[in-house]
Design a protein around this ligand. Structure first.
Ligand SMILES: Nc1ncnc2c1ncn2[C@@H]1O[C@H](COP(=O)(O)OP(=O)(O)OP(=O)(O)O)[C@@H](O)[C@H]1O
Length: 270
């Protein structure tokens, strides 16, 4: 059955994109897990204040790619990487580039909300404390600002010292976003951030992402094509470890250049 994709906002024109700074650039990236060639010659660029969606069927390499952007991929055994990823002009695989430095600028939100077993306050204050901030009023300000930016403050301001696991799934995910924002990242990577959430929580996170892109670049892996069409400026369609098509979201969904993209977005496979 075909998928109806509803476009709810006008797409960005080329002139607007041209003015933006490039944040990430991937050049001829290949990733192998042992013998398995999971990513093949990936060339993609991401820009400031844009949301880029990565779509494609199960096993096509979406998570592998997003985990490569913050070098989490290196935690998997037998991984081999060739090619280059530059973040703000520096090759992230350069020996002099410390992974902690990269991750301080590139936050990540996972599929399943994963708050620490601590209070709401301590979850958000965790990163700033690690960075040496001890002053209570400074921490209070960061916690409030981050929870406000994650659209959670009004729901939790009177219960900041309650355990994070007392929150609903959708609230926990917004808490994880607040935790990520508390260390003032530049880029937010999101790996299917709403797939474990109900429609109301999903709508809240999507609305929040539109606000966050004013200040951050967001790269989101999603299985949900309507979501990609609703929220993203650019979309990359992955298939069998390759990027089949990458471009303006509106164009990709309304007038795909490649037959395989068309077949996927109209639900012929996937
Ligand atoms: N740690 C690993 N070791 C070996 N193979 C892996 C590993 N992680 C992923 N793979 C394989 O690499 C390919 C890409 O996996 P990946 O998780 O990136 O796909 P995906 O598009 O994110 O899939 P899904 O939508 O199901 O999450 C798959 O064939 C998968 O089986």
């Amino acid at each position: 059955m075909g998928v109806t994709v509803i476009m709810e906002r006008p797409h960005m024109n080329i002139r607007e994109t041209a003015k933006k700074e490039m944040v990430y650039h991937t050049n001829q990236l290949n990733v192998w897990y042992g013998e398995h060639h999971a990513l093949k010659n990936i060339n993609l660029s991401f820009y400031e204040n844009e949301i880029t969606a990565i779509i494609g069927p199960s096993g096509c390499g979406k998570s592998t790619y997003i985990k490569t952007l913050n070098r989490m991929i290196e935690l998997s055994p037998n991984v081999r990487i060739t090619g280059e990823i530059s973040y703000r002009g520096r090759n992230i695989f350069d020996r002099s580039y410390h992974v902690e430095e990269l991750r301080a600028s590139v936050g990540m939100v996972f599929q399943k909300p994963n708050p620490f077993p601590k209070s709401i306050y301590d979850n958000v204050a965790y990163g700033p404390r690690i960075h040496g901030i001890r002053n209570k009023s400074v921490l209070d300000d960061i916690v409030e600002k981050s929870l406000r930016a994650a659209a959670l403050w009004d729901e939790v301001k009177d219960r900041l010292h309650e355990h994070a696991h007392m929150l609903s799934g959708g609230q926990q995910q917004r808490l994880c976003i607040a935790r990520c924002l508390a260390v003032e990242p530049d880029v937010i990577l999101m790996d299917e951030p709403t797939s474990a959430l109900d429609p109301v929580s999903t709508a809240k996170i999507e609305e929040l992402m539109q606000q966050l892109k004013e200040n951050y670049s967001i790269i989101i892996v999603t299985h949900n094509m309507q979501q990609a069409a609703r929220i993203s400026d650019k979309t990359a369609f992955f298939l069998n470890g390759e990027v089949i098509e990458f471009g303006d979201t509106h164009q990709l969904f309304s007038n795909p250049r490649d037959k395989r993209t068309e077949d996927y977005i109209t639900g012929r496979f996937g």
